[in-house]
Design a protein around this ligand. Structure first.
Ligand code: SAH
Length: 462
């Protein structure tokens, strides 16, 4: 097989990045946008000894899992969605299979046990327009017109598109106002050479409150004629916050630390369940609020609290899970590495009148073991007790030292929320070996049309 060879191939599998996988005379090919069941014509773009990559040229026979027309005409070129051309039911089956496969192979969980504990994946009824946050880069096209849209996969060239199928409808209206304003007032898009201009637009939308935030990230001190823009934007129903973020650093970091108010207030409010959150342009907040509520609802079910428990929420972010659980527990402790997130968590506890949640800044793998040792020292060798420990780590999962401390603390239950089922499986293997039984596993589709999948697991002490 050589570069530029044209082949016809039946797609039989899907890779971790959502690409189709097929074989030609025993030679494995990875083909982006091809899906299981397709027969496609593809052109080899990279040929290695035992496998290669090919570009989809033509669909000879479409799979029964292929949608007739993707919701977004840019689906293939845009880097945001990986599997939008696959029917939603097939996407869910793929994700469920990925979680199960990782638990089986990496986690060494026996098949019979998986048959018992694996619950069907929780999908969305309406898997479009679910994102409450969008960031649009601003640039110019070859004719010098100001454009906004999305980066093509793995590049920095902007594909013009103001109507992302995953974002909320009002994004388009906001972006068009901004583009007109820029054209009419000769405001430049970010210029890499001059290192100045409007860099990007951040839009956030409160699904429960309908409040809208627009934050313009600029590379300079001020936005000329900003009042003209504000005058238009503030008439959009629900507009609550219009701000500027000044970012003059020559880095890839998107947001500057300084937020200047142009109109309204600096934050919007939204709810997950009945807990209220104030979200500023810099706050972390879950991007799919509908599924987040289901995910945390499951974590709450698994924790099965009666009001007398001590709960730790490790990797707590802005305290979303902590505050959700605090309503049903005696005391919740949250641990998070980002200090601003902890500021938000404390503020969110306050505005909800939650007084039984306490937050610590630091690495979970340092804070918890230190707390454990310190407690032992000051309590005559008696060890600190927790009823439930929740973890929601980033993709790399938990450090083994942290898992060991969790085991030492002997909580009845460990609730593991994961965004990477491979590291989840590794950590489940550790916990199972140390006396925890895997009781229940539910994948949740937080990001339809992408290859990502969240999972929540319950482990109980034997
Ligand atoms: N449960 C949170 C989000 C969890 S995302 C929510 O719903 O808001 C994972 C979080 O872990 C991020 O906020 C990240 O900043 C934090 N984090 C990453 N490494 C960490 C570590 N070693 N110790 C504690 N927190 C960490």
């Amino acid at each position: 097989m050589q570069k530029n060879d044209l082949v016809t191939v039946a797609i039989e599998d899907i890779g971790v990045g959502g690409e189709g996988i097929g074989k030609v005379d025993g030679y494995t090919l990875f083909i982006k946008d091809a899906i299981i069941g397709d027969v496609v014509e593809a052109k080899i773009v990279k040929a290695k000894k035992n496998y290669g990559y090919a570009r989809l040229m033509n669909i000879v026979t479409p799979s029964e899992n292929r949608v007739e027309k993707p919701a977004c005409p840019m689906a293939r070129r845009c880097g945001g969605c990986q599997i939008q051309e696959m029917k939603y039911g097939a996407q869910l089956a793929f994700k469920e299979g990925k979680v199960r496969g990782n638990l089986e192979r990496i986690g060494e969980v026996p098949t019979e046990l998986l048959d018992k504990v694996m619950q069907p994946i929780v999908g969305m009824e309406e898997p479009f327009h679910y994102r409450n946050k969008a960031q649009f880069p601003i640039g110019t096209d070859k004719e010098g017109h100001i454009i906004t849209g999305f980066y093509a996969g793995r590049t920095h060239s902007i594909i013009p598109n103001t109507d992302c199928a995953l974002g909320v409808a009002v994004n388009q209206k906001i972006l068009e106002i901004i583009l007109h304003f820029m054209e009419n007032n000769h405001i430049s898009a970010y210029d890499e050479e001059k290192h100045k201009g409007l860099v990007r637009v951040l839009i956030r939308y409160g699904f429960k409150t309908d409040e809208i935030m627009v934050c313009l990230v600029i590379n300079g001190e001020k936005l000329p004629h900003a009042e003209k823009l504000v005058d238009k934007l503030c008439k959009i129903p629900g507009m609550t916050s219009i701000t500027i973020s000044v970012n003059k650093a020559k880095t890839n970091v998107i947001m500057g630390n300084e937020i200047k108010l142009l109109w309204g207030q600096t934050y919007i409010t939204d709810y997950i369940g009945n807990v209220k959150y104030q979200i500023s342009p810099l706050s972390f907040y879950q991007v799919n609020p509908v599924q987040t509520e289901k995910l945390y609802g499951l974590a709450l079910d698994y924790a099965n609290l009666n009001g007398n428990e001590t709960v730790w929420d490790l990797y707590c972010g802005i305290g979303t899970i902590s505050l959700f659980l605090a309503q049903n527990a005696k005391q919740v402790y949250g641990v998070e590495i980002v200090p601003q997130a902890i500021d938000d968590a404390r503020n969110n506890a306050k505005i909800n009148d939650i007084t039984n949640a306490e937050f610590y800044v630091g690495k979970a793998e340092e804070v918890l073991p230190e707390y454990y040792k310190e407690y032992e020292k000051t309590h005559n060798g008696e060890t600190v007790h927790a009823d439930v420990i929740v973890v929601d780590p980033p993709r790399k999962g938990c450090e083994e030292s942290l898992l060991q401390t969790i085991v030492d603390m002997q909580p009845e239950k460990v609730v593991y929320v994961s965004c990477d089922s491979a590291t989840l499986a590794r950590d489940v293997k550790f916990l199972r070996a140390k006396g925890y039984e895997l009781k229940d596993v539910t994948p949740v589709d937080q990001f339809p049309h992408t290859v990502h999948v969240e999972t929540v697991c319950l482990l109980s002490r034997k």
